[in-house]
Design a protein around this ligand. Structure first.
Ligand code: 13P
Ligand code: SF4
Length: 296
């Protein structure tokens, strides 16, 4: 059916194993945005992920049909910075540029200067011509950047967070390390600062995949959503990957199932659209991210 309908299936690294195995491309949020932007031949993009990622694909591909298999797959972090809250912060700091994590709704992206992902947030902020930056909605990612730059980072809202990455505890990772002292600890920057503190490597989901492939260690403790373990194990069968917390699941990412993907393609639902005026402004902020970030 994918072939017949000229459809391409893009899946985030947190998707269920069987979806990752069927996908044409599996990646982190910046890779998926790039892949969606570079897509030439497909008529339909089935985006197996959450709302803001499918919206980003729709913004970058106004001429394609972008489908989200489960309409309920909504990232709670993206809901933490509604447009009105963003406008209030911007009014409080006139002239200060706003950098928004892609985990935001399209209408918020349209009001920011540049977007970023966990893979390129630090570079985007460093390359931006400003000493002070409004950054949201993830406070942990904001603090990750703050510790690596002299610029002033103002988190907006004050405490935006990812409920899944909030589940990781330093103590759990310490216990796992006691069982395997040679294990390397990989942590997503959405984890709390004290969890980041004990990491050997901090990066986006795909950056973790690249690090694990090149690192000489044989075992890894992984502090991000457990869906990534499938790809890590598949790409590195000779290495061992342990979840830092076995129940760290993103219920929204997991709403997509093979059956919903099948139905989504069959019925060509649910089509994700972004009003043209919003999309045009948001596209500029996303394109600026690609200009300012020079890492993968
Ligand atoms: P990545 O860009 O690292 O894949 O992260 C997306 C995300 O939603 C993490 O929770
Ligand atoms: Fe949102 Fe967290 Fe789920 Fe990522 S893991 S989609 S940030 S709730």
């Amino acid at each position: 059916m994918k072939r017949e309908k000229k459809a391409i299936l893009l899946a985030h690294n947190y998707q269920r194993e069987e979806i990752q195995d069927l996908a044409d491309y599996v990646g982190d949020s910046v890779e998926l945005s790039r892949r969606a932007m570079e897509e030439k031949d497909a008529r339909i993009i089935i985006f197996s992920a959450v709302d803001f990622m499918a919206e980003t694909a729709a913004i970058l591909n106004p001429d394609k049909k972008v489908l989200l298999p489960s309409l309920g797959a909504r990232c709670p972090m993206a809901q933490m910075l509604p447009l009105e809250t963003l406008k209030t912060w911007k009014a409080r700091y006139p002239g200060v540029p706003t950098v928004l994590y892609v985990n935001t709704l399209a209408e918020a992206k349209a009001e920011c200067d540049v977007t970023c992902t966990s893979a390129n947030a630090l570079q985007v902020v460093k390359n931006l011509d400003a000493d002070t930056v409004l950054f949201g909605p993830d406070r942990n990612l904001a603090e990750y950047i703050q510790r690596r730059t002299d610029k002033r980072i103002i988190p907006i809202p004050e405490r935006g967070f990812c409920p899944t990455h909030q589940l990781f505890l330093k103590e759990d990772i310490r216990l796992a390390k006691e069982l395997d002292p040679s294990a390397v600890v990989m942590v997503h920057p959405e984890c709390t600062p004290d969890v980041q503190e004990i990491a050997d490597f901090i990066g986006s989901t795909s950056q973790m995949c690249r690090y694990a492939a090149t690192c000489r260690a044989r075992s890894f403790i992984v502090a991000t959503e457990v869906g990534l373990l499938h790809r890590l194990r598949k790409e590195n069968p000779e290495k061992t990957f342990l979840p830092a917390y076995h129940a760290a699941l993103c219920p929204n990412m997991k709403r997509n199932t093979l059956e919903l993907i099948y139905r989504s393609l069959l019925e060509e639902e649910h089509v994700i659209t972004v009003p043209r005026a919003v999309a045009e402004k948001a596209r500029k902020a996303i394109q600026r991210m690609f200009e300012l970030a020079n890492t993968r």
